[in-house]
Design a protein. Structure first.
Length: 114
């Protein structure tokens, strides 16, 4: 597996291989790249940012409060497409808890007047 490390601005090109139960990461310029490569291979996760529609128009930018498994991103985005914010929110406010059963809360990343 080939990927680019995102742990710092260097963007090291990583090659991750598993042979006989041993995982090796090659191409990292620091220990953070090794850790990232191992996590990306075995359990890739992402913080998701998106927009939620307001029930009376407009949108509010949001993000998950923690990384979620990559295979749950589609479920979260489908949930977000159907969800409507029906009240004013402030930046940092939790809009929804455990969205789409991901274990992540949805936080406003901008103010929204509702």
């Amino acid at each position: 597996m080939n990927t680019t490390c995102i742990m710092c601005p260097m963007g090291c090109a990583l090659t991750i291989e598993e042979k006989e139960g041993v995982l090796t990461v090659v191409g990292n310029g620091c220990p953070r790249g090794d850790k990232y490569g191992r996590a990306e291979y075995s359990h890739p996760e992402r913080v998701v940012t998106t927009l939620l529609k307001g029930s009376r128009g407009g949108v509010v930018s949001v993000k998950t409060d923690r990384p979620i498994p990559k295979d749950k991103i589609g479920d979260l985005l489908a949930w977000a497409a159907a969800y409507r914010v029906d009240h004013a929110v402030e930046t940092g406010e939790v809009i929804a808890e455990n969205a789409a059963d991901t274990g992540a809360n949805i936080l406003a990343t901008s103010d929204f007047k509702g």
